[in-house]
Write a protein that binds this ligand. Sequence first.
Ligand code: GTP
Ligand code: MG
Ligand code: ZN
Length: 331
Amino acid sequence: MQSTRETLEELGWNDFFSAQVTTQQSKQCQPVRVMAVHRGKIAVAGAGALRFISPYISGAGPLDDHPTVGDWLLIDRDTAETVCVLRRMNLFKRRAPGDPRKEQMIAANVDTLFIVASCNQDFSVARLERYLVLAREVGVNPAVVLTKTDLTSTPETFAAAARAIQPGLCVELINCRDPKSVAHLASWCGRGKTVALLGSSGVGKSTLVNTLRGSDSIATQAIRTGDDTGRHTTTVREMHRLARGGWLLDTPGMRELQLSDAAEGISEVFDDFIQMAQRCRFSDCAHGGEPGCAVQTAIAAGALKMERFGRWRRLAAEDGVRSARRSKRPR
Ligand SMILES: Nc1nc2c(ncn2[C@@H]2O[C@H](COP(=O)(O)OP(=O)(O)OP(=O)(O)O)[C@@H](O)[C@H]2O)c(=O)[nH]1
Ligand SMILES: [Mg+2]
Ligand SMILES: [Zn+2]
């Protein structure tokens, strides 16, 4: 029989979380991790079996106080009511689709992010950059996982485009359906570690999780032939266990990833532009044709790419507008 501590550690428990629990709380409460978020209920696992509880916390305030997948909660030993969400190592959020004033939590307490995209006509550098900005902002180590290498004769072209986004970025090429091709990805996901998979619908997130687990328990579905986009098959954010002990967090494909308050992430991913902009003559240079603009000079000389400049401006403008709008909101 393994101890409670060992069971919790397999779920990702560590000193960061245990240090937050008071002696009083440890008598009355037990820690559990949110394994899945369903409509109106959450699945949690701890020292006991998996069970479903209400996501409701009495007295909870803003969105961040509520549980999301990957969270550690303290629940009452008698009533199973959630007492609190423990402070997170990290939290992935985005602007809620359809309502830019709201945020949506994606996942918490993630060790590695797999940014999943496929080697087909749905591939987009701009989209990869958005996910990468999110990972840098949140402070979680990312790897770009490019799928469907079996369906293209030029997988390296896709990999090169992804690698060009940021020096040192880890880019993996795989066929999700082939156990041999995906096996090495399991090394990111050791005992108690959580790897979250984010990406558009149809890129193969669930297929990858199934193959790594040697199972077909998660539903997958063929993509549309016209434009290679997916059919939004996965609807639940859910953690899946690997035999060797780690966790893969499968998520529903995102139509759009609208970032919120991501200035730091943007400046990390576009560090080449940030560095160059420091050499512009005017400190408030908008790089739109001002005299002495180092950015435009570098673009003209071919040292920086025009398309990348456009994407950087778009992300920065989007983030600036959002952050300004938010800071005006009454608290
Ligand atoms: N040939 C090939 N097909 C793949 C690969 N990865 C996924 N597929 C297929 O692509 C389709 C979509 O895969 P899913 O795993 O459902 O995609 P998903 O990212 O989970 O999509 P959502 O749940 O909608 O977000 C399925 O028919 C898979 O069999 C791959 O590497 N090669
Ligand atoms: Mg899926
Ligand atoms: Zn400039």
